[in-house]
Write a protein that binds this ligand. Structure first.
Ligand SMILES: [Zn+2]
Length: 253
């Protein structure tokens, strides 16, 4: 499908307005579940249905964990299923903002707000693509699953539970696309144009708790390699020995 210039403006403005509506809902994740504003997440799920009515009418929805969403768009064949992923939560607001983080202000053609890039832009993009194809009565060649997590920013339960649900249904994805890099400027020496970064792997995270014990003493007679210095040394040793990087590999079966 090609779009004439006039159509492009209409299509873009419609998609931007939908993203704007989603950015305005403060779906902030916290590690402590009691700090999560579940009303905001409820409102987000309702707003998503309002913005993408055909998607919600024609795809099967399974709720995952608290507010995770797993949509199934049946294709003409059920082999080679595709999974498109995004997440609807955002990290808490910190620092000074040029525009309020949940107002969805557009200035000079740029939409400002927490989550526009990470990751409501992907979410709205996926949903709008599906919505437009449904408007044209398209049936995909293969099954498509949309898996939207609600606690990605705190390493939560929605994604593993979505995987468990797919396993339970015997779905073995042929292709999975999750959020990736952004459009990066001045990212590599010698490359001037902006680069669309495609992430093929992701750095993992390890949390460690270090404890050091030592004998007491007095500041007038400081001990060599006291507990503070030893823990600093331990941190530096960790810093110097990261896990080796590796490329993703194709599973053998
Ligand atoms: Zn993200």
């Amino acid at each position: 499908m090609t779009l004439r210039d006039a159509d492009f403006d209409v299509v873009r403005d419609r998609a931007v307005a939908k993203l704007q509506a989603l950015v305005r809902i403060p779906t902030v994740s916290h590690r402590d579940p009691t700090l999560v504003d579940t009303d905001a997440f409820d409102a987000f799920v309702v707003e998503l249905a309002a913005q993408f009515p055909l998607l919600h009418e024609r795809l099967d929805l399974t709720r995952i964990h608290t507010h995770g969403l797993l949509f199934h768009w049946r294709g003409r064949a059920d082999d080679r299923p595709v999974v498109l992923m995004a997440h609807l939560d955002v990290v808490p607001v910190e620092g000074e903002w040029r525009h309020p983080p949940f107002d969805g202000v557009i200035e000079d053609g740029v939409l400002w707000g927490r989550g526009t890039l990470d990751d409501k832009g992907c979410l709205a993009g996926i949903c709008e693509a599906v919505e437009r194809l449904l408007e044209q009565d398209l049936t995909p060649a293969q099954d498509i699953w949309l898996s939207f997590g609600c606690d990605e920013e705190v390493f939560g339960q929605a994604a593993p539970q979505a995987v468990a649900e797919l396993v339970r249904r015997g779905v073995r994805p042929w292709f999975v696309l999750d959020e990736g890099g952004a459009i990066a400027y001045d990212a590599f020496p010698g490359v001037n144009p902006p680069i669309g970064v495609i992430g093929v792997t992701e750095k993992g995270v390890t949390s460690l708790e270090l404890t050091v014990e030592g004998r007491g003493g007095h500041a007038s007679t400081p001990a060599k390699m006291g507990p503070t210095a030893r823990i600093a040394r331990a941190i530096m040793r960790l810093e110097k020995s990261p896990f080796p990087g590796r490329r993703p590999h194709r599973p053998s079966s």
